[in-house]
Ligand binder design. Structure first.
Ligand code: ZN
Length: 343
């Protein structure tokens, strides 16, 4: 099975103030991961910038103008979201990286693609930057897939933070199933189990808030018991992934206990869903992940899985569930019972 990585060293040029966790060194990890994939004769392609038309499917013209106005200078857009002179260009390139990955999978013969991008995207709302994010990269790719005529697109967001921007973009839209497993309580504070979508989109937002301390076993339980069953009923034509790695046990921003193999296991569950419904098509886009060695090792695990190498996970012992996963799955099941009967 073919996997394409989307990567460019340019993502290191988006700089943030000293001590900021979303720092340029994260791009060095992406570059090392891409180099290792090239050495294995894997395919690595450069991202293209997103067009303003593509961005405006998700963001208001006023928001785009606000980001463009930071071109060439440093600006603070919220308490923890800062531009540097190159940021306006690189935000377009990050969203375009998601587009390049999408195009490789829809048109380019790749089964799976992983865009190694920063700045991240899933907190960016239609009308504002937020939480280190400027444009919502995965939402731009999902909107493009809809514009091309797809009518069932799943977005699975395993970043430890809730993807408020992605949820809000599609919560009225039954064509996009947004699924998030995230720590709660934690930034940004959204993503309660009873946020299940609005109007025609009711049932097409699935939130799994988890208490801090959840293990690989808890995540596996949540995927097996609720995420995969809902995805199977939805029957996606394409699966997008907001691939954050800040639920890793070493990450400084949260309190989860996932290992790098744990990310491999959730990727395997998603790839299996894609295999059953979507011709195996998975487009993953990076989000958070702030401990550099954990970020690299977790990306390696996901790359192995997306490239079709999955049996190695069976050799590893899975950390026992703690009850956090079961409680979270029960809450989500209760909230969704009217929309997905018999779950
Ligand atoms: Zn995050």
């Amino acid at each position: 099975m073919s996997l394409v990585l989307v990567s460019t060293p340019r993502f290191g040029q988006h700089t943030t103030p000293p001590g900021h966790p979303e720092r340029p060194e994260r791009a060095d990890v992406f570059d090392a991961v891409a180099d290792a994939w090239r050495e294995r004769r894997g395919s690595v392609v450069e991202p293209r910038p997103a067009s303003f038309d593509e961005i405006r499917r998700v963001h208001t013209a006023r928001h785009v103008a606000a980001i463009e106005a930071t071109r060439g200078r440093a600006a603070m857009l919220d308490m923890d979201t800062f531009t540097s002179p190159e940021t306006a260009d690189l935000a377009l390139l990050a969203a375009g990286g998601a587009m390049t990955a999408l195009e490789r999978v829809l048109d380019g013969g790749a089964a799976t693609a992983l865009a190694l991008v920063r700045p991240p995207g899933h907190h960016a709302e239609g009308d504002r930057a937020m939480g280190f994010c400027f444009y919502n990269n995965v939402a731009v790719a999902a909107a493009a897939a809809l514009a091309r005529g797809l009518s069932r697109v799943a977005i699975v967001d395993w970043d430890v933070h809730h993807g408020n921007g992605t949820q809000h973009t599609f919560e009225h839209d039954a064509r996009v199933l947004y699924v998030s497993a995230h720590e709660s309580p934690l930034y940004p504070g959204t993503g309660a189990a009873d946020e299940i979508g609005e109007g025609e989109g009711r049932g097409f937002t699935l939130n799994i808030p988890l208490e801090g301390g959840a293990t690989d076993g808890d995540y596996q339980l949540v995927f097996d018991d609720i995420i995969v069953p809902v995805l199977d009923r939805f029957g996606p034509e394409l699966v997008l992934v907001s691939a954050g790695f800040d639920a890793h046990r070493s990450d400084p921003l949260a309190h989860m206990r996932l290992t790098s193999a744990g990310f491999g296991r959730v990727a395997r569950s998603i790839a299996a869903v894609a295999g059953r419904h979507a011709g195996g098509r998975v487009v993953a886009v990076t989000e958070g992940g702030y401990e550099l060695s954990a970020l690299g090792a977790s990306l390696d695990a996901v790359i192995r899985v997306l490239a079709g190498d999955r049996a190695w996970l069976d050799e590893l012992t899975v950390a026992a569930p703690t009850g956090r996963g079961a409680r979270a799955a029960d809450r989500a099941r209760a909230a969704q019972s009217a929309e997905w009967p018999g779950l």
